[in-house]
Design a protein around this ligand. Structure first.
Ligand code: CMX
Length: 435
């Protein structure tokens, strides 16, 4: 067993005992009430899941194992010469529940580099799709094709004990995380770069190598990828992608199957596809207005039109957050540091000044503030990654870190099959209209 896995294994007995004891002592306590409205309205605010890796506070935003994004920027190891946190370190933190040293982070990087070989049939399966297939479709196909490598599936078929589930889920999750940048870069290069692929550079870290394989080799873009891969990694357990991975994994579907399912959820426009939608919306606005420097009044009028057409303004609002997303602020700070005069950054900044007031005035939007997706496209565009259809794939590569760290914990803590109850409107009416 490698040192990282051994270290994780050493944490299992106490973590399992702690949860068992907690359930034994407090399992009967009530954590909240469920209203009929919540059943019809996306279960908002219903505490229903355990997610060990992060917690989202409506006012403050995400904390990964207790650490906010600004804290992670201070505490996680950086690539030599860089300033942004390395996603390897964040994964270590989420998995082990302890801050990594530089050595731990380097070890994680080395592990992923060693596991990164993608079997040829995965590329051939993606190649069977037309290059016009949406990159998220190609991504899901690539992940699903990779499932031939599942060690969990093989071990399960040969009849393993429940106590070993975590070990094979760990192997699958580490392998999948290691391979995702290669799969994603392959999709990018076949779709937009005439299939001219770039070999990995073993000297680089996970995010830096991803940037390299995409074809963007400036140190600044690598830094952006490190930050991007860190801030998109996890957003507690109830968002569509995270919850889907957890739900599908609860059937003992392996990491590949569970993650592919989650990525189909991330591909929805109200979730991860919003980063693409933001660019579509913003660029259409600039084109229609015939200017790269729209005034507040022009943006405001365009927003009113979007709302009048019964559409959402992408990149704004959130099901849980009630303040500007700290992930938005981290990206804004990156832009202020590296490209404060970029015309598109100035447009994104003006949109930020204009939209919240308009959404508030509708009287129904609970959170008028920007989320992570309102900013990411501008940063990518600046460095020349302009194919916004691809943006959700970047989100997906990052999201693997949180959801797969969680999946390992789910199998470690032996969480059972998810199976909530449901009702019908007729049955609810019969019960509650009588009272
Ligand atoms: N533009 C216009 N209307 C919006 C809106 C926005 N940005 N955000 C919310 N609303 C509307 C809702 O559509 C809803 O309208 P109806 O009552 O007519 O159905 C009403 O305001 C109340 O919604 P809410 O309770 O404030 O928000 P929800 O929890 O239902 O939805 C979200 C959250 C993210 C789906 C919604 O804010 C939205 O559609 N935003 C735009 C898409 C987006 O940026 N998604 C990315 C989220 C982050 C991520 O997952 O990546």
């Amino acid at each position: 067993m490698d040192r990282l896995k051994e270290h994780f294994a050493s944490k299992i007995p106490s973590a399992v005992a702690e949860v068992k004891q907690f359930i034994a002592e407090h399992g009967h306590e009530v954590v909240g009430e469920i209203t009929i409205a919540q059943l019809y309205q996306g279960m908002r605010g219903m505490l229903a899941l355990i997610c060990e890796t992060s917690k989202l506070d409506p006012e403050e935003g995400i904390r990964f194992r207790g650490y906010s994004i600004p804290e992670l920027q201070q505490k996680l190891p950086v690539f030599p010469g860089g300033a942004e946190p390395m996603p390897e370190g964040l994964f270590y933190l989420m998995l082990m529940n302890e801050l990594p040293t530089e050595d731990d982070t380097r070890r994680m990087s080395n592990q992923w580099a060693r596991r990164a070989i993608v079997p040829m049939h995965v590329f051939r399966t993606i190649d069977a799709l037309p290059t016009t297939a949406h990159p998220m479709t190609q991504f899901v196909v690539g992940i699903t094709a990779s499932r031939t490598e599942s060690e969990f599936a093989k071990a399960y078929a040969s009849g393993i004990s429940k106590n070993e589930y975590w070990s094979y889920t760990y192997e699958d999750s580490m392998n999948l995380i290691a391979r995702l940048p290669r799969i994603a870069a392959y999709i990018y290069r076949r779709t937009y770069c005439d299939g001219l692929h770039i070999e990995p550079d073993p000297k680089l870290d996970w995010a830096g190598n991803f940037a390299h394989m995409l074809g963007f080799d400036s140190e600044e873009f690598r830094e952006l990828m490190r930050l991007y891969m860190t801030i998109h990694a996890d957003h507690e357990g109830g968002n569509v992608s995270a919850h889907t991975v957890k739900l599908v994994g609860s059937a003992l579907s392996d990491s590949y199957q569970s993650f592919a399912a989650g990525m189909n959820g991330l591909a929805g426009p109200l979730h991860g596809l919003a980063n693409q939608e933001v660019m579509v919306w913003t660029l259409s606005m600039l084109e229609e207005l015939g200017t790269q420097t729209p005034s507040k009044q022009q943006i405001s009028a365009y927003c009113q039109r979007t709302l009048a057409e019964g559409k959402v303004i992408p990149g704004f609002g959130h099901a849980v957050l009630r303040k500007t997303d700290p992930r938005y602020m981290a990206q804004r700070e990156f832009a202020l540091k590296h490209m404060p005069e970029d015309p598109l950054f100035l447009v994104i900044s003006t949109i930020y000044e204009v939209v919240p007031e308009i959404l508030l005035a509708t009287g129904k939007v609970k959170n008028p503030w920007p989320n992570v997706d309102a900013h990411s496209g501008q940063l990518l565009m600046y460095y020349g990654l302009k194919e916004y259809d691809f943006y959700t794939v970047l989100f997906g590569v990052s999201r693997s870190l949180g959801v797969l760290a969680n999946l390992i914990w789910d199998r470690t803590l032996a969480f059972p099959l998810e199976r909530p109850g449901s009702s019908t409107t007729a049955l609810l009416k019969k019960k509650y209209e009588k009272e």
